[in-house]
Write a protein that binds this ligand. Structure first.
Ligand SMILES: [Zn+2]
Length: 477
C-alpha cells in the first residue's frame, strides 16, 4: 500500500518533520493544519480492507487498530491502551419524539473518556515509527489529558503548552496526569495568542531539534485516528439499522478535526466500494462561538474564518469551554466536509443544552446507568441539534441520525451540577454513572509522577530557553 503526505493548500508532496509547508509561511492559514494523507491501493489490498471491515469486531483486543487504513498499525504493541469500539445506542425516547432514528456514538467510553484517544494513539504510532520518545502538545483540555495518559502509559516524555488564561485547576490536572506544562504569556494571553506562539516555535524547529514530535493539531495523523469512528458507525449501523450509512452525522466541534476525520472515513469506505452512499455532515456549536458554523453560513470552504467571541454570553462560554473557539485549526477541512456533503450548521445555547440533558437523564435513565453513559455538557449540543434540524426540515421523518458524544461527563462535574440545579434526582443519576465509571476505569485515576510547571513570557527566545531547560536539552540525548 502506497501512502504519502501532501499539502492541503498547494498540493505538493510533503515530508517535513514539523508537518508544515513552505507555501503557507506568510499566509493567514499559517496556524492551520497543512498536511493530509493519501493512499493508493491495489486490488488485493482493497479486498483486504473490505474483509477487515466485514470482520471488524467489537470485542477484539486490537480495538480501532483493526482498520487496515490506519497508518503505522505495525508499530502497535500488545500493552497499548485499547482505543475505539465505542457503543452505538438507539435513543428510543428521542426517536419517538422526533420521528427520526436517533443514535448516539458514545466516545466517552474511550480510555481517557474522550474521542481524542483515537487521535493520540494515531500520533503515538507515528512517533514510534519516527523513533521519537518525546512529544509536545498544545491544549488545555481533553487533548492534553489524553496525550498525558498515553505518554505516561508508554514511557514517553510529554510537554503540554497552555495559554496564560487557562484555569489553575486545569493546569494542575494536566500536571497530575504526568505532563510538564509550559504556561504561555500573561494571565490575559488567550488560546489563539498562545497557539500562534506554539506554532512559531514549531516552525522555528525548536521541537524537532530537541527530538520532540508535535502531537498538536498540525499533526496529520490525528484525523487518521478519527476516521475509525466512521468505520465503526458503519459496521454498527449495518447490524442495528437498515444499512451502514446514516443520513446525518452530527459532530460537536471546535477545531473541526473530528468532523473532518469522520468525513474522511466515510469517503474512504465509499471510494473503496465498501459502502455506497455518504452521510450529510452537521457541525454543532455554541451560538456565536464556532468558526466552522460561521464558515458554513458564509459558504466558505477555501480560507480560514475567525469568529468574534465578544458576543458570547457568559453562561454559554462556561458550559461550552471545550468547544468555544475563535478559530478552528481544522475548520477549513471541516467546513468543506459539511458543505460538500450537503450538511448544515446548527448553533445552540445553554438553555437548549440544559433541556436536552434533563430529558436524556430522565427518559434514558436505565440506558445511561446500564451502559455508563454521561455525555460531557458540550456533547448534548449534538442531541439538541436534532430538534433544530427537524424544524428546519434538514432532517426528514424516518431518517437516521447519529449524534457523536465526544466525551464523558466525569471531567465536567461542576458544570453538570450547575446545569442540574433543581433536579436532585437527575443529579443522583449522573453521580451514579460517574461513580461506576471511576470504579471501572482505573486508568483515569492512575498515580505517578506529577509534571513541572513553567510560566514563560510571550517571547520566542525565552520560550525556546524554557522549553530546552524543561526538555533536558543538551543533557539527555
Ligand atoms: Zn503547501
Amino acid at each position: 500500500m502506497d501512502q504519502w503526505k501532501r499539502c492541503l493548500y498547494c498540493g505538493a508532496e510533503n515530508n517535513t518533520a514539523n508537518y508544515t509547508c513552505s507555501c503557507i509561511a506568510d499566509e493567514p492559514a499559517h496556524a492551520y493544519r497543512a498536511l493530509g494523507l493519501r493512499f493508493q491501493l491495489n486490488r488485493q489490498e482493497i479486498a483486504e480492507v473490505k474483509a477487515a471491515f466485514q470482520n471488524y469486531r467489537f470485542d477484539d483486543e486490537r480495538g480501532m487498530l483493526q482498520y487496515p487504513l490506519l497508518p503505522n498499525r505495525e508499530y502497535a504493541e500488545a500493552t497499548d491502551l485499547k482505543v475505539g469500539l465505542t457503543p452505538l445506542h438507539l435513543l428510543k425516547s428521542f426517536s419517538k419524539r422526533s420521528g427520526v432514528q436517533v443514535y448516539i456514538k458514545d466516545e466517552g467510553q474511550n480510555p481517557s473518556g474522550c474521542f481524542k484517544d483515537r487521535e493520540t494513539l494515531s500520533c503515538l504510532l507515528n512517533s514510534r515509527r519516527r523513533n521519537r520518545k518525546k512529544a509536545v502538545i498544545y491544549s488545555s483540555g481533553n487533548a492534553a489529558a489524553s496525550a498525558a495518559l498515553f505518554a505516561r502509559r508508554h514511557g514517553m516524555q510529554l510537554i503540554t503548552f497552555v495559554p496564560g488564561d487557562t484555569y489553575a485547576e486545569k493546569i494542575a490536572y494536566i500536571q497530575k496526569c504526568g505532563s510538564d506544562v509550559v504556561v504561555l504569556g500573561k494571565a490575559s494571553t488567550s488560546f489563539e495568542e498562545g497557539f500562534r506562539l506554539f506554532v512559531d516555535l514549531n516552525e522555528a524547529n525548536v521541537f524537532e531539534e530537541a527530538g520532540f514530535d508535535n502531537w498538536a493539531v498540525r499533526n496529520p495523523y490525528r484525523v487518521q485516528g478519527d476516521k475509525t469512528t466512521a468505520v465503526e458507525m458503519a459496521r454498527q449501523l449495518q447490524e442495528q439499522a437498515h444499512g451502514p450509512i446514516p443520513d446525518v452525522v452530527i459532530v460537536p466541534s471546535a477545531n473541526g478535526s473530528n468532523l473532518a476525520g469522520i468525513w474522511e472515513g466515510f469517503r474512504e469506505l465509499k471510494n473503496l466500494g465498501i459502502t455506497h452512499k455518504l452521510p450529510r455532515m452537521v457541525v454543532a456549536g455554541i451560538t456565536n462561538a464556532n468558526p466552522i458554523c460561521k464558515a458554513v453560513r458564509m459558504q466558505e470552504k477555501q480560507a480560514p474564518v475567525a469568529c468574534d467571541l465578544s458576543g458570547l454570553r457568559e453562561q454559554d462560554a462556561q458550559i461550552g469551554s471545550i468547544i468555544v473557539a475563535e478559530e478552528g485549526y481544522d475548520s477549513v477541512e471541516a467546513a468543506k466536509a459539511v458543505l460538500e456533503s450537503g450538511g448544515t450548521a446548527v448553533e445552540v445555547g445553554t438553555n437548549s443544552i440544559r433541556k436536552v440533558m434533563v430529558r436524556f437523564l430522565h427518559r434514558e435513565r436505565r440506558l445511561a446507568l446500564k451502559n455508563g453513559i454521561l455525555p460531557e455538557p458540550a456533547s448534548y449540543i449534538a442531541m439538541a441539534a436534532i430538534e433544530k434540524l427537524r424544524d428546519r426540515r434538514k432532517l426528514r421523518f424516518g431518517e437516521t441520525a447519529v449524534a457523536v458524544i465526544t466525551g464523558h461527563g466525569i471531567k465536567a462535574q461542576g458544570t453538570t451540577r450547575r446545569l442540574l440545579k433543581g433536579y436532585p434526582e437527575l443529579l443522583r443519576t449522573a453521580q451514579q454513572v460517574i461513580g461506576r465509571k471511576r470504579r471501572e476505569s482505573p486508568v483515569l485515576g492512575s498515580k505517578g509522577r506529577t509534571g513541572q510547571r513553567r510560566v514563560v513570557p510571550a517571547d520566542l527566545h525565552r520560550l525556546r530557553a524554557a522549553f530546552r531547560d524543561l526538555a533536558g536539552y543538551g543533557i539527555q540525548t
